[in-house]
Design a binder for this molecule. Structure first.
Ligand SMILES: [Zn+2]
Length: 493
């Protein structure tokens, strides 16, 4: 079996994954800016790196997964001007900025839990790492690659670009970038329009501010990821992940900051998930065409024909390779729901197949089954191709169903291969893909249905049946109440 290979944006090649310090793996992923509800676009990055996290652990690595919470410094306008996204939301809602942060952080965690996204090992906040960020700025200034103007500090891109290549990650060329930038409009402090803020002096009205050697102010958005990844994973670590929309300028700036302080590209492998589109357009809060996860779960949005469960969303994301675009549509989500339920029914059926203890094992199908299971791993090892892995699982499922229906005798698999099939299918579906069973929450309807059977039995005076139903209910802690007005149930006190 070939080893895991990942597409590295930095080298533009699929590369065999070789961690710097096996069996340990350090992975950093840019987390949410907590100023609004998580939407479908957020779920893709979260689920993509959840699968990578799960798969790395599954194949035996000890992973430290750091995903940050951006709670300061992410400005409404990415050109280092404009209001802080969180402060703006706080002003609109008349809240303390940290109330906004707390509110949306909790909701983000709830949404992720619903999607069965594992918690990262460490979830650092930008506002809790001011000391580290200030120290990093001081290092970059000392190395001659940043300068202070009026209490703000900027990264000197042209100076950096003399020795390193600003644009190495995104493939952009400084000369082209300069030709396409509109002067220094409103950014007079910068020496070059490509320079980016490491520290901004806070204006009178700016609420979120911290003391620093240069002014009372706040750090630039790109800085926090460099400071926090270095603190928890070291100056060079294995994987840096995020959405494709973060590749430039955010990740490009992170690499520049890391080279200017640690002389490393921060991570060995830079991994980017593609975006979710809606009618071919990027889905995003700033574009106003997004559907929040909660709206998807409840179905309350003009674009939604129905509600879609968290596992349906998870399957929808997984049935495309993370580097392909994924277009939202009701048809695609309905198909995802079917696909997800198929895999779940496979789990149920597998548990019901009994391997006869006294039968003769032929093992005639062992080789074929082994090949089908290996296909699943081959796809995952090939740049985490969950789309192909799911297709392979459906092939396994066909075999499972033919065993269940008795079209193929179970003994055509040796007992050890049958056990292997059971374990592998369950592990891949539930632990690696992270798909769990969603029990229907229609308990009230189910109870009403059972009470109707009770009433039917009473109507035909089938007292044996009546007693039996009563007894079964009692075992569940429920008593049936026969009243003049009808039949009801209550908890047994
Ligand atoms: Zn980041």
């Amino acid at each position: 079996m070939q080893p895991l290979a990942l597409y590295n944006t930095l080298t533009r090649k699929k590369e065999v994954f070789e961690p710097l310090h096996a069996p340990f793996v350090g992975m950093y992923v840019c987390g949410p800016t907590v100023y609004g509800e998580a939407h479908l676009g957020h779920s893709r990055a979260a689920i993509t790196f959840d699968i990578l996290f799960r798969y790395l652990m599954h194949i035996g690595y000890k992973v430290r997964y750091v995903r940050n919470i951006t709670d300061v410094g992410h400005l409404v306008n990415d050109a280092d001007e404009g209001e802080d996204k969180i402060a703006k939301q706080a002003r609109l809602a008349q809240l303390e900025p940290m109330e906004v942060v707390q509110h949306y952080t909790i909701r983000y965690h709830q949404d992720m839990q619903q999607l069965n996204v594992l918690s990262p090992s460490i979830e650092p906040r930008a506002s809790g790492h001011m000391i580290e960020q200030i120290a990093l700025i001081e290092e970059i200034i000392a190395n001659g690659l940043a300068y202070e103007v009026n209490g703000s500090v900027y990264f000197d891109v042209p100076a950096y670009n003399q020795h390193q290549r600003y644009g190495k990650l995104s493939g952009r060329i400084v000369e082209d970038l300069l030709a396409n930038t509109r002067g220094l409009d409103g950014q007079q402090e910068k020496r070059s329009p490509l320079d980016f803020a490491l520290w901004k002096k806070a204006s009178e009205s700016h609420i979120m501010r911290w003391p620093s050697p240069w002014s009372e102010g706040f750090p630039g958005w790109h800085l926090e990821c460099s400071a926090m990844s270095r603190k928890y994973l070291g100056p060079e670590f294995d994987i840096h992940g995020g959405g494709l929309d973060l590749m430039f300028p955010h990740h490009e700036c992170e690499i520049a900051q890391s080279q200017a302080s640690n002389h490393t590209d921060a991570a060995k492998y830079w991994v980017h998930n593609n975006l979710i589109t809606i009618n071919g357009q990027k889905m995003g809060k700033s574009l106003g065409n997004f559907i929040t996860l909660r709206e998807l779960f409840s179905g309350e949005h003009d674009l939604l024909q129905t509600a879609y469960s968290p596992m349906t969303i998870r399957f929808f994301v997984l049935q495309a390779h993370y580097r392909s675009t994924l277009d939202f549509s009701n048809e695609a989500l309905l198909a995802a729901r079917k696909g997800y339920l198929k895999l779940m029914n496979g789990l149920k059926v597998l548990d019901k197949i009994n391997y006869p203890s006294d039968a003769e094992e032929t093992g005639a199908q062992d080789l074929e089954m082994e090949k089908l299971l290996a296909d699943c791993y081959r796809s995952l090892n090939d740049d985490l191709n969950t789309a192909k892995a799911i297709a392979s699982l459906f092939n396994v499922l066909k075999k499972i169903n033919s065993l269940y229906m008795g079209q193929v005798p179970v003994t055509s698999l040796s007992s050890s291969m049958f056990q292997n099939l059971k374990n592998t299918y369950r592990t891949l579906v539930t632990e690696v893909l992270g798909l769990t069973e969603e029990r229907p929450d229609n308990l009230d309807q189910m109870l009403a249905l059972l009470l109707k059977f009770y009433k039917d039995a009473k109507d035909v005076k089938d007292y044996a049946k009546v007693d039996e139903i009563r007894a079964e209910f009692k075992k569940l802690g429920i008593v049936i109440k026969d009243m003049k007005t009808g039949i009801d149930w209550a908890y047994e006190e």
